[in-house]
Write a protein that binds this ligand. Structure first.
Ligand SMILES: Cc1ncc(C[n+]2csc(CCOP(=O)(O)OP(=O)(O)O)c2C)c(N)n1
Ligand SMILES: [Mg+2]
Length: 1003
C-alpha cells in the first residue's frame, strides 16, 4: 500500500530519496481521522481521482469534495496554521551556545522563498469535513500535529542526510549547507529553539527542545563522522546502528591509554614515511603521508580482534601505504623492508623473478596487548587495482571452511582501497556482489578507503559520476562511514562501530577515511603540475600526528616530553634497523618453505606418473550413489532416465560419457577424503545439461547433490552456480585454492570464450604468482572450447593465450579427448603433491559423442596419457607414411576423413593426439614420432585459425622432434582476426578445406 509520505510515487525501497524512505513519518494524512489505517489507501484513490475523476467509483467524488475542491486539499491542510502563530523569522544560522550543531549557513534564495507556514485559517467547513469537530479546535490540533511532524521529518533528514554537511574533509571541501538540514526548511527559526517537541525515537527523552534535538543530531551526524545508513532496508540493523550512534552522539570517549596508543601509531606511521623519504631519496614508496590514520585504524582492528572472537585477519591492499602497513601492522622487520630498498634480494631464493617491494605479501602472528595472538596475512597483489579483492575473499572463505567457521566469525577479510580505484574498477562491484551469496559469503568484509581525494592526477570530479567514491557499496545494503582522517579518535570510533556491525550482522561495512596525499602519486611526481592550488593548501597543512599531539598536550592528556619520547623511540628503532642492514645482508623475508596447510606440497614437478585408476567396486559404489535420491525426492522423469543410465553404464560397461566420467572423478576423490568445490555460471546443472550435479525436487523445489551423499564419512562435494561474473568469481576460486591445497577447487567458464573477462586474474595471479610471490595454487579451470559453427563468441577459450604464458612450469594445459582422460587428469591434480594451476579445455559436442565415451577398463586400469598414439596403426608403424599430430576434438574429424580418403589404407596415416600441451610432452611424443620412421609427411592439425590455437607454441617444439624427417606442415584454419566464423556454412567449408589439405596426396 502506498503511504502518504510516498505520494510522489517512489516506493520506500528506493534509496535514491532517503528522507522519504521507510523511516516512520508523521501522520499527516487528511484521511487519518476518518479512515484510520486505511488513510493511505484512501489517499491513493484520491490521487487517482485527481488525475482522472472517472477512474474511481462515483461515491468517492463527494468524499473528495468534488473535482475542483479536492485538488489542493492536501497542500492546503499542510499550510494552515492558526492566527495566533507569529510570523516566521526566517532561517536560523546556528543555534546558540549549547554545543556544535549542524553548520547551517543562510538559506539560499530558493529556500528562503519556498512556501513558509502562513497564518491562514482553515477554509469554511474544511475542518468539519475532516474531523467533525469545531473549526478552532481542529485547526489547532492540525497545526500542532503538523509542527511536530515537521520536527520528526527534520530528525529523519539528519539521519539520512547529515553526512552532506559533516566535517569529513580535512581540506575543508565539504558543503556547509544542505537545504533539508536547515530548520527553516521546516518552518522553524530561532524562536522555536526552546520549544518542546516530540522527539520520536531520538535518545534524550520523548520530548525535547528543538535545540536539544538539533544538538544531538548535529553532533551525531555532522561532526567529523558522516554516516550513510538509512538506505539499509532491514529495520533491525538500522535501529541498532542508529541507537549506538545517537546514544554516544558519535563521540569516541576513549581512555587515555587508547589515546596514547593512537599517538604512538601515528608517530610510527609518520616517522616511517619521513625516514624512507630521507634515506631512500627518489625511490618509489607510495607513502601514506596525509593518510597516516590508517595505521591506528588497522591497529585498532587487530588489537580488538580477540575481544570479538576474531583470531585471523586476511588483508588485501594496493600500493598506498603498503610498506607502512607491513612494518607497523604486520611487523615485517624494518631490515627486510630496507634491504629491498637497497635492492639486495636473496638471489638464491627458490622462486623466479620476484616482484617490486610494494606488491609482496606477508604473514605474521601478532600478540596483542591482552597477550592473545592474531594471525595476519597480507595477500600479495599486482599493480592492477582492486584485482586482489576477490582473491582475499576466496582465501578467507577457504580458511573459514577449514576452520569450521561457518559464519565467518573468527577469520575476517579486511580490504584497503584507494578512492579512485574503488569508484572506478568493476571488480569492486563484482566482489561486493559476491558478499551475500551462498558459497562465497565470508561473513562481511571491512572495507577501508584511503580516500586521499585524488587518483594519480585525477580529481574526484573526473574520477566518478557518484557523490561519494563509496556509493557502489550501497547496492549491498551496508552502512558507509565517512570520517575525517585528521580526527584519529573519530576514525577509531567508526572502526569500533564497523567491527561491531560486521560481527553482529555478518555484513560488509565501509569506512571512507577522507584524507589527502601530501606528495605526488609517487615520490618522484610533482603534484603541482596538475593540482597547484590543492597542493599549495596541502603544503601548509600540519600532519595529523602533530595535530593530534598538540590536542593531547593542550588537553593535558600527555606532556610534551612524553610526546617527544614517543617520537624518539620510533626514530631510534628505524635508525638501528638501517645500521643492521648495512652491516649484514638479511635473508628472504618470506621463506618459501611450504607452511601450514601447504606442508608436504611442492612446486617441483615429479618425473614419475602417478596411478589414478579406481577399482571397479568403488566405481560401482559411486555410480550407484549418484543415481540414488531419498525416497521422498521427486526427480524429473527425464533426469531419472539419465541417472539410471549412469548406474548401468558402469555395471554393464556400456560406455561412460563425459558427465559420468567427471562425476566418477569427483566421487572417487570425495570418497578418498578430498573435498571438491566447483563454481561457475550454471555449473550445477551444467551449461550443456550434462552434469546434473544438483537435482531439484519437482514438487518442493528442494535441492539434492548426490555426490555429497555417496557415503556417510566422505569429504564434502560442493557446487555453486555463481554470479554472472568471470573476474571476481575466478579471483575468488583462485584465492580459495591459495588457502586449501587439499581440496579440488574448480572454476568453470560458461563458454571458454568468456574467460578473457577474467584476464587480469589469469595473467596477474594464476600464471605468474608462483614466480612473482612464490605462491602455489592447484586451481583447475574448465573452459568449454571447440569449433562447432557457433560463431566467434562460442568457440574459442583462447588456447593461444594460455600457451603464451607457459614457462617455468607456470601451468598445466590439457585438452582431453575422452571421458577417462578427463577423469584421470582431475584425479592426477589431487593425487600428486605437485600443485600448479590446471587449464582444461573441455568439450561441448564431445560431451555426448559416443567415441569420446570410455570403457570401464579405462577407469580401472589407466592413467592420464599426455599423448595418445594412434590405436589403429601402432601395430604396423613401418607402414605409416603420414603422421598427423593434433589436439582436441578435430581428432574425430580426422579419423572420419581418413576413413573416407584412405579407405583400406588407413594404416598409412597415423593420427596422434597431444592431450597435454604444457608441460610439453617431449619424451612420449618423440618416442611415437620415432616409431613411424618411414613417414615422410608430418602435420600439425588444429581447428583454430593459424594465428591462434597451439600452432605457434607447438611449431618449434614439434619440428625439433620431427627433426630431419622433414618439415612440419600446418593444417588448420587460415589466420583470422576473429576466432571463428559466424556462419555455420563457412565453418564447415573451412573444416573441409583443411581436412582436404591434410590428406592431400599431392602435397
Ligand atoms: C587497473 C589499474 N589501472 C591503472 C593503474 C595505474 N594506477 C596506479 S595508481 C593509480 C591511481 C589510484 O588512485 P587511488 O585508487 O585513489 O589510490 P591512491 O594512489 O590515491 O592511493 C592508477 C591509475 C593501476 N595500477 N591499475
Ligand atoms: Mg586516491
Amino acid at each position: 500500500m502506498k503511504s502518504s509520505q510516498n505520494s510522489n510515487g517512489t516506493g520506500s525501497a528506493d534509496s535514491s530519496d532517503e528522507t522519504q524512505s521507510d523511516e516512520p513519518q508523521p501522520p499527516n494524512s487528511p484521511y487519518l481521522e476518518q479512515f484510520g489505517i486505511n488513510a493511505g489507501w484512501v489517499e491513493e484513490v484520491h490521487d487517482r481521482f485527481r488525475v482522472d475523476a472517472r477512474s474511481v467509483d462515483e461515491s468517492w467524488s463527494e468524499e473528495f469534495g468534488g473535482v475542483v475542491e479536492a485538488r489542493d486539499v492536501h497542500d492546503q491542510i499542510r499550510r494552515q496554521v492558526p492566527q495566533s502563530r507569529p510570523a516566521s523569522p526566517g532561517p536560523i544560522t546556528r543555534p546558540p551556545s549549547t554545543g556544535p550543531i549542524a553548520p547551517i549557513a543562510p538559506a539560499p534564495a530558493s529556500v528562503a522563498s519556498a512556501p513558509q507556514p502562513t497564518n491562514l485559517p482553515l477554509p469554511n467547513g474544511m475542518a468539519e469535513s475532516i474531523s467533525g469537530g469545531s473549526v478552532a479546535d481542529d485547526a489547532m490540533m492540525l497545526h500542532i500535529a503538523d509542527k511536530h511532524a515537521r520536527v520528526l521529518r527534520l530528525i529523519h533528514a539528519y539521519r539520512a542526510r547529515g553526512h552532506r554537511v559533516a566535517h569529513c574533509d580535512p581540506l575543508g571541501g565539504q558543503s556547509t549547507y544542505f537545504p533539508e538540514l536547515d530548520p527553516a526548511h521546516y518552518g522553524f527559526g530561532n524562536e522555536n529553539l526552546e520549544e518542546p517537541f516530540v522527539a520520536g525515537d531520538l535518545p534524550g527523552g520523548s520530548v525535547q527542545t528543538l535545540r536539544q534535538i538539533l544538538t544531538r543530531l548535529g553532533q551525531t551526524y555532522c561532526g567529523p563522522i558522516g554516516v550513510e545508513f538509512t538506505h539499509v532496508q532491514d529495520p533491525g540493523r538500522k535501529a541498532w546502528l542508529r541507537e549506538l550512534m545517537e546514544e554516544s552522539q558519535n563521540h569516541p570517549n576513549l581512555e587515555d591509554s587508547e589515546r596514547r596508543r593512537i599517538l604512538e601509531k601515528l608517530a610510527g606511521a609518520e616517522l616511517f614515511c619521513s625516514f624512507l623519504a630521507t634515506k631512500f631519496l627518489g625511490q618509489k614508496r607510495f607513502s601514506l603521508d596525509g593518510g597516516e590514520s590508517l595505521i591506528p585504524l588497522l591497529d585498532h582492528i587487530i588489537e580488538n580482534a580477540p575481544a570479538f572472537g576474531i583470531r585471523e585477519v586476511v588483508l588485501g591492499m594496493a600500493h598506498r601505504g603498503r610498506l607502512n602497513v607491513l612494518a607497523n601492522i604486520l611487523g615485517k622487520s624494518y631490515e627486510s623492508i630496507f634491504s629491498e630498498f637497497e635492492d639486495s634480494p636473496d638471489v638464491d631464493a627458490p622462486f623466479g623473478s620476484g616482484d617490486v617491494k610494494y606488491h609482496k605479501g606477508f604473514s605474521s602472528d601478532r600478540r596483542v596487548a591482552t597477550g592473545e595472538r592474531v594471525h595476519l596475512t597480507l595477500t600479495s597483489n599486482p599493480s592492477h587495482l582492486e584485482a586482489v579483492d576477490p582473491v582475499v575473499e576466496g582465501r578467507t572463505k577457504a580458511k573459514q571452511v577449514r576452520a569450521g567457521d561457518a559464519d565467518g566469525e573468527t577469520i575476517i577479510p579486511v580490504i584497503v582501497h584507494g578512492d579512485a580505484a574503488f569508484a572506478g574498477q568493476g571488480m569492486v562491484a563484482e566482489t561486493l556482489n559476491l558478499s551475500q551469496l551462498a558459497g562465497y559469503c565470508t561473513g562481511g568484509t571491512i572495507h577501508i578507503i584511503v580516500n586521499n581525494q585524488i587518483g594519480y592526477t585525477t580529481t574526484p570530479a573526473e574520477a566518478r559520476s557518484t557523490l561519494y567514491c563509496t556509493d557502489v557499496a550501497k547496492m549491498i545494503q551496508v552502512p558507509v562511514f565517512h570520517v575525517n582522517g585528521d580526527h584519529p579518535e573519530a576514525v577509531i570510533h567508526v572502526t569500533k562501530l564497523a567491527m561491531a556491525y560486521r560481527q553482529r550482522f555478518g555484513d560488509d561495512v565501509v569506512i571512507d577515511m577522507v584524507c589527502y596525499r601530501r606528495h605526488g602519486h609517487n615520490e618522484g611526481d610533482e603534484p603541482a603540475f596538475t593540482q597547484p592550488r590543492l597542493y599549495r593548501q596541502i603544503r601548509e597543512k600540519k600532519p595529523v600526528k602533530r595535530l593530534y599531539m598538540e590536542k593531547l598536550v593542550a588537553g593535558g592528556r600527555i606532556t610534551q616530553e612524553e610526546a617527544d619520547q614517543i617520537d624518539e623511540r620510533q626514530r631510534d628503532a628505524l635508525k638501528e634497523a638501517l645500521e643492521v642492514i648495512h652491516s649484514k645482508s638479511p635473508g628472504p623475508d618470506e621463506p618459501y618453505d611450504p607452511r601450514g596447510p601447504w606442508t608436504g606440497y611442492t612446486r617441483v614437478r615429479p618425473d614419475a606418473e602417478i596411478e589414478t585408476a579406481v577399482p571397479l567396486d568403488r566405481l560401482r559404489e559411486i555410480a550407484n550413489g549418484i543415481s540414488r535420491v531419498p525416497s521422498y525426492f521427486n526427480v524429473h522423469k527425464k533426469l531419472q532416465v539419465i541417472l539410471d543410465q549412469r548406474a548401468k553404464a558402469v555395471s554393464e560397461d556400456s560406455g561412460i560419457d563425459w558427465g559420468l566420467g567427471e562425476a566418477l572423478a569427483y566421487g572417487s576423490l570425495v570418497l578418498e577424503g578430498t573435498p571438491v568445490r566447483l563454481s561457475g555460471q550454471d555449473s550445477s546443472r551444467g551449461t550443456f545439461a550434462h552434469r546434473h550435479a544438483v537435482l531439484v525436487d519437482q514438487d518442493s523445489g528442494e535441492e539434492y547433490a548426490p555426490l555429497d551423499h555417496i557415503r556417510d564419512n566422505q569429504a564434502r562435494f560442493e557446487v555453486y552456480d555463481s554470479l554472472l561474473s568471470e573476474a571476481a568469481v575466478l579471483g575468488f576460486e583462485y584465492g580459495y585454492s591459495l588457502a586449501d591445497p587439499s581440496s579440488l577447487v574448480l572454476w568453470e567458464a560458461q563458454f571458454g570464450d568468456f574467460v578473457n573477462g577474467a584476464q587480469v586474474i589469469i595473467d596477474q595471479f594464476i600464471t605468474s604468482a608462483h614466480v612473482k610471490w612464490g605462491r602455489m595454487s592447484g586451481l583447475v579451470m574448465l573452459l568449454p572450447h571447440g569449433y562447432e559453427g557457433q560463431g566467434p563468441e562460442h568457440s574459442s577459450a583462447r588456447v593461444e593465450r594460455f600457451l603464451q604464458t607457459c614457462a617455468e612450469d607456470s601451468l598445466q594445459v590439457v585438452n582431453c579427448t575422452s571421458s577417462a582422460q578427463f577423469f584421470h587428469v582431475l584425479r592426477r591434480q589431487m593425487k600428486r603433491t605437485y600443485r600448479a594451476p590446471l587449464i582444461i579445455f573441455t568439450p561441448k559436442s564431445l560431451l555426448r559423442h559416443p567415441k569420446a565415451a570410455s570403457s570401464v577398463e579405462a577407469f580401472t586400469d589407466g592413467r592420464f596419457q599426455e599423448v595418445i598414439d594412434d590405436p589403429i596403426v601402432s601395430a604396423k608403424p613401418k607402414d605409416v607414411q603420414r603422421v598427423i599430430v593434433c589436439v582436441g576434438k578435430v581428432y574425430f574429424d580426422l579419423v572420419e576423413a581418413r576413413a573416407k580418403k584412405f579407405e583400406g589404407r588407413e594404416h598409412e596415416v597415423a593420427i596422434v593426439r597431444v592431450e597435454q600441451l604444457y608441460p610439453w610432452p617431449e619424451e612420449p611424443l618423440t618416442e611415437i614420432i620415432d616409431r613411424y620412421r618411414n613417414a615422410s609427411r608430418h602435420y600439425w592439425c588444429q581447428e583454430e585459425p593459424r594465428n591462434m590455437g597451439a600452432w605457434t607454441f607447438v611449431r618449434d617444439r614439434l619440428q625439433a622432434i620431427v627433426g630431419k624427417k622433414g618439415w612440419l606442415r600446418y593444417a588448420g584454419r587460415n589466420e583470422a582476426a576473429s576466432p571463428a566464423a559466424g556462419s555455420p556454412r563457412v565453418h564447415r567449408a573451412q573444416l573441409q578445406a583443411f581436412l582436404e589439405d591434410v590428406f592431400n596426396e599431392e602435397s
